[in-house]
Write a protein that binds this ligand. Structure first.
Ligand code: AMP
Length: 227
C-alpha cells in the first residue's frame, strides 16, 4: 500500500515543459522546482556542463549545440535515463527541454514504465517575434547558468552576474543564424509532441506572453487543481 501511495504521489510530480526556445521554460521550471522541492532536469544546462567539463558526451554534443541543431536522440535518452534513475528523482522530476522529438518521447515512456498518462505537460506558447527579441537579448552566466536579458532583466552591473560576479556571455546558439535553425528544428521536430502529449497526458497550453509571475501563478494554480 505504501508503495502504491508513493507511486501516485510520484506521478503527480512528473512535469514536462514543452515550448520553443525563448518561451521561458527554464525560468518557470527553475522556479517550480525551487518552490515545490522537485528536481529539475534541464538538458540544455546538462549538455553545456558536459561541454565545459570536456567529457566525451560534451565533445559529441558541442558541434550540434553551437550551430543550433538538436543533439542526437540516443545521447539524450542515455543522459536523461541515467539522471531519472537516481534516487533524488524517485518522488518526481521536472523535465525542461526534454523530450524534443518523438523518438525521445518514446524513450521517456520506456524509461518511466511505459505510459506518460501521469505526466503534467505545460506547453508554453509565445509569438515568434517576441521569441526573437528574447533570444537576441539573452545573456548567460557561464559559472552559475543564471540568465539575464539586456532590456527586461538586466544585471545590476552591466555585463556582470549578480550572483557570482562572472562576466556574462551570449550563448553561441542565441546568435542569429543558430536561432533560425533552433526555431525550424522546433517547428519540424518538437511541435508534433503537442499532439502526442495532448492525447496521452494532462496537457495545458500556457500563454507565455505575459509577465513571468502571472505565468507562474497559472502553473501553480493548475497543479493545485489537478488530481
Ligand atoms: P536549451 O538550453 O534547452 O535551449 O538547449 C540548448 C541546446 O542543447 C539545444 O539547442 C540543443 O542543441 C541541445 N539540446 C537540449 N536538449 C535537447 C534535447 N532534448 N534533444 C536534442 N538536443 C537538445
Amino acid at each position: 500500500m505504501a508503495d502504491v501511495e508513493h507511486g501516485v504521489a510520484a506521478l503527480a510530480r512528473r512535469i514536462v515543459f514543452l515550448g520553443p526556445p525563448g518561451a521561458g521554460k527554464g525560468t518557470q521550471a527553475g522556479r517550480l522546482a525551487a518552490v515545490r522541492g522537485i528536481v529539475r532536469i534541464a538538458t540544455g544546462d546538462m549538455l553545456r556542463d558536459a561541454i565545459a567539463q570536456g567529457t566525451a558526451l560534451g565533445k559529441q554534443a558541442a558541434p550540434f549545440i553551437d550551430r543550433g541543431g538538436l543533439v542526437p536522440d540516443e545521447l539524450l535518452i542515455g543522459m536523461v535515463g541515467e539522471r531519472i534513475g537516481r534516487e533524488d528523482c524517485r518522488d518526481g522530476f521536472i523535465l525542461d527541454g526534454f523530450p524534443r522529438t518523438l523518438r525521445q518521447a518514446e524513450g521517456l515512456e520506456q524509461m518511466t514504465g511505459g505510459t506518460p498518462s501521469g505526466f503534467v505537460v505545460f506547453d508554453i506558447e509565445v509569438p515568434r517575434d517576441e521569441l526573437l527579441r528574447r533570444l537576441s537579448g539573452r545573456r548567460l552566466c557561464p559559472t552559475c547558468q543564471a540568465t539575464y536579458h539586456l532590456q527586461t532583466n538586466p544585471p545590476a552591473t552591466v555585463g556582470v552576474c549578480d550572483r557570482d560576479g562572472s562576466a556574462l556571455v551570449q550563448r553561441e546558439d542565441d546568435k542569429e543564424t543558430a536561432v533560425a535553425l533552433r526555431l525550424s528544428e522546433y517547428d519540424a521536430r518538437t511541435k508534433p509532441l503537442i499532439e502526442y502529449f495532448r492525447a496521452r497526458s494532462r496537457f495545458h497550453s500556457i500563454d507565455g506572453y505575459r509577465p513571468r509571475d502571472v505565468v507562474f501563478g497559472e502553473l501553480q494554480g493548475l497543479l493545485e487543481s489537478g488530481p
